[in-house]
Design a protein around this ligand. Structure first.
Ligand code: PGA
Length: 253
């Protein structure tokens, strides 16, 4: 059985003090959570302080990106060892905002995923189509290229440590959520791609989150779908009440 994973992607929101306060609220609210994995991804600046807050709690720490080089002249970037040192467990990779605004490609997603895995951490690999791609009948070809690109030269054993976040770009931050059926259909297809690459048993074990305007109202319906194993949440993760409602929806399944 796959366990649910609910992750909050805070994006470029919250000062360090605000991040600490939000993390403290989430830690307090999730004390009784036992089945659902809870992850939060603050900014790099806030991550070390948030790490102290979540230590020993039910909340795990993520960062929103990483560079694939170990160190050196890469102004503005953060390495995997820096993340590992403070207790980061998950790294979000290939978010559509990275792809759209910061030249992320399937190739850099693959480099980053391999770097995260080599350090013993776990990548959350984001994929998803734009509205034009969906309307142009390209949903399957886009997802195929993204999954095959991301997992190039990654072993089955390592693939099992990864999480995929299916995030239709048109649903991110728009308030327009994919219907339960749309999300399920795409996620089933993504799982079939994993099966092609690694076989049925890996595909059955690998967790696939849905992301894109997930909120306390729509979470239960989405999480009830067979191939939806959690959520990557932006806007609704910025308040502990709404984030905890989504966690509770997963925990009650
Ligand atoms: P959203 O963001 O929940 O605000 O749509 C999701 C994401 O970008 O991961």
């Amino acid at each position: 059985m796959r366990s649910y994973i609910i992750a909050g992607n805070w994006k470029m929101n919250k000062t360090v003090a605000e991040s600490v306060a939000l993390a403290e609220e989430i830690v307090a609210k999730t004390k009784g959570i036992s089945k659902t994995e809870v992850v939060i991804a603050p900014t790099y600046l806030a991550a070390a302080k948030v790490a102290d807050v979540v230590k020993g709690s039910n909340v795990k720490l993520a960062v929103q990106d990483i560079h694939w080089q170990d160190q050196g002249a890469y102004t503005g970037k953060v390495s995997i060892d820096m993340a590992k040192e403070i207790g980061v467990e998950y790294v979000i990779i290939g978010h559509s905002e990275q792809r759209q605004y910061f030249h992320e490609t399937d190739e850099t997603v693959n480099l980053k995923a391999k770097k995260v895995l080599s350090a013993g951490l776990k990548p959350i690999i984001c994929i998803g189509e734009t509205l034009d791609e969906r309307n142009g009948g390209k949903l399957e070809s886009v997802l195929t290229a993204q999954v095959k690109g991301a997992y190039k030269d990654i072993s089955a054993e390592d693939a099992l440590k990864t999480v995929i976040a299916y995030e239709p770009v048109w649903a991110i931050g728009t308030g327009v959520v994919a219907t339960d059926d749309q999300a399920q259909e795409a996620q089933k297809y993504v799982r079939s791609l994993v099966a092609q690459l690694y076989g049925e048993s890996v595909a059955e074990a690998l967790r696939i989150q849905y992301g894109g305007s997930m909120n306390p109202t729509n979470a239960s319906g989405l999480l009830a779908q067979k191939d939806i194993d959690g959520g990557l949440i932006g806007g609704a993760a910025l308040k502990s009440d709404s984030f905890f409602s989504i966690i509770s929806a997963a925990e009650e399944k």
